[in-house]
Design a protein around this ligand. Structure first.
Ligand code: BES
Ligand code: MN
Ligand code: ZN
Length: 489
């Protein structure tokens, strides 16, 4: 498990500046104002800091950029990182600055002189998030994580601000770890065990096993896993920090720990990426973790369908007809369109058991979503403008790309089957929309609902502003914000 880099918070003191080892980060306003500690530091460095600040490089730098002064004379530190960040910095600028520090930090310890605490949470969040590494399976000892020390004027006030960042980073890291983990490690059982372990932080976690899922009639979900030796599970995570007895908001995730396509086998090239096909369930799990850590004043239930899609003598065949928990029958024309089968039953179960006030599901559902929006935006499908707009606003506030896509009865007609109530594919045109239409059949008419197709955003082949290459944790911050702004207090 990757945990957030350890950090300390100390009272800023000019007396120790010269003796600090590792690296020192100093925040400098856009117009080059050094501030109290910066001025002291500059004096110890014989003016090298003001020299840097008066250089064309500083002038050209944008807010949130970081310049490095290597081997400064007059102080013990190896480097001084000059961060261009004003007191009125935006959230994005502060996070970008934090990320720049994470990249510059490497394995050295870092002292962040942050007398100005206006954007301390965001600076810390950028730093913590960009400092993530997934090295669980590297046999060569990973570089030790450098220690972070926030040197602030008011350690007591800073503690809460940095803890707020840590609660979010822990949730995002949980999502990233789950999504990065290969399928031989993150088996269905291992996944459920990791979720069960969140009881330690106050969540109520139930694991529904196959016999129970059969009893509930989840024929759509169960057919996906019937070719795998790993047992299918549904995990229910409840956080009840809101009014007792009040209906929860529901988050539902696709947790296909590996998607071979089944009998409709995927091509070999790139199949390894399907280790991240549980990304939707990963985001739900990460959000639940953050809600519990920050003791959110809301009732939220997270439900994930955990299953492996394998070909075998027992696997579901193209043409098989299965019966969903709702009772509708489905002709499985393509065993690779398995995510919607998983979600059909878990969405229905969520409504049947919890009668939630609203519901958002996340899934790496269709390759067509990547074709449509690339890796910059998730597709958002919704039957409710209020919920959809609230989510889009929350996503925009967190700079997590999201773009609304259409639903419509005309697309729904493409799911007509000759032998059953519906088939699980709608053909090549509008592949992401027909998948969403399929899900919509399992959402009750008056239930506010969003489907987030995160196929393009769950994982990236190169680094982003706040994450190294690999799983991004996209959506944890947007959903956490949505809940904070609309379901608390
Ligand atoms: N997990 C895939 C979708 C996917 C593709 C996610 C690429 C991330 C990157 C999903 O189960 C799938 O295979 N979908 C099929 C649907 C088709 C058979 C209708 C697809 O997109 O090809
Ligand atoms: Mn598939
Ligand atoms: Zn899949």
């Amino acid at each position: 498990m990757t945990t957030v880099c350890p950090y300390t918070i100390t009272a800023a003191s000019v007396d120790t500046l010269a003796d600090l080892g590792g690296q020192i980060a100093v925040l400098v306003s856009l117009n080059g104002q050094l501030g109290g500690l910066g001025t002291q530091l500059d004096a110890r460095m014989h003016g090298a800091l003001s020299g840097a600040v008066n250089s064309p490089a500083f002038e050209k730098a944008s807010a949130g950029d970081c310049l490095t002064i290597g081997f400064p004379s007059g102080i013990a530190a190896d480097a001084v990182l000059v961060v261009k960040l004003g007191a009125d910095a935006t959230q994005d600028e502060a996070r970008k600055a934090g990320a720049a520090l994470a990249k510059a930090k490497g394995d050295k310890s870092l002292h962040v002189l942050a007398s100005d605490m206006a954007r301390l949470t965001d600076l810390a969040l950028g730093l913590l998030l960009r400092d993530y590494r997934f090295d669980a399976h590297m046999t060569k000892a990973p570089d030790p994580r450098g220690h972070i020390d926030f040197c602030v004027d008011d350690p007591e006030a800073a503690r809460d601000k940095i803890a707020a960042a840590k609660d979010i980073a822990e949730g995002v890291f949980f999502t990233r770890d789950l999504t990065n983990e290969p399928a031989n490690v993150l088996t269905t059982t291992d996944f459920a065990d990791r979720l069960k372990a969140m009881e330690d932080i106050g969540l109520t976690v139930e694991v529904l096993e196959e016999d129970e899922l059969e009893r509930l009639g989840m024929g759509a979900l169960l057919c996906v896993g019937q070719g795998s030796d790993s047992p299918t599970k549904v995990v229910v995570m409840q956080w009840n920090g809101g009014t007792e007895g009040e209906a929860p908001f529901a988050l539902v995730g696709k947790g296909v720990v590996f998607d071979t396509g089944g009998i409709s086998l995927k091509p070999g090239a790139g199949m390894w990426d399907m280790t991240m096909d549980m990304g939707g369930a990963g985001v739900v799990s990460g959000v639940m973790k953050t809600l519990a850590l920050r003791k959110a004043k809301a009732n939220v239930v997270g439900l994930v369908g955990i299953v492996e899609n394998m070909p075998s003598g027992n696997a579901v065949r193209p043409g098989d007809v299965v019966t969903s928990m709702k009772g509708d029958t489905i002709e499985v024309q393509n065993t690779d369109a398995e995510g919607r089968l998983v979600l059909a039953d878990v969405l229905w179960y969520a409504q049947d058991r919890f009668a939630p006030t609203g519901m958002i599901n996340l899934a790496t559902l269709t390759g067509a979503m990547v074709v449509a929006l690339g890796h910059e935006n998730a597709g958002v499908f919704s039957n409710d403008d209020t919920l959809c707009d609230a989510f889009l606003k929350a996503a925009a506030s967190e700079s997590e790309g999201a773009w609304r896509m259409p639903l419509g009865d005309a697309y729904d007609a493409l799911l007509k089957s000759r032998v059953a109530d519906m088939k699980n594919i709608g053909g090549r045109p509008a592949g992401s929309i027909t998948a969403a239409q399929f899900l919509k059949r399992f959402v009750k008419d008056d239930m506010p609902w969003c489907h987030l197709d995160i196929a393009g955003v769950a994982s990236r082949s190169s680094q982003t502003n706040l994450a190294p290459a690999g799983a991004t944790g996209w959506g944890v911050m947007a959903l956490n914000r949505l809940i904070a702004e609309h379901y608390e207090g």
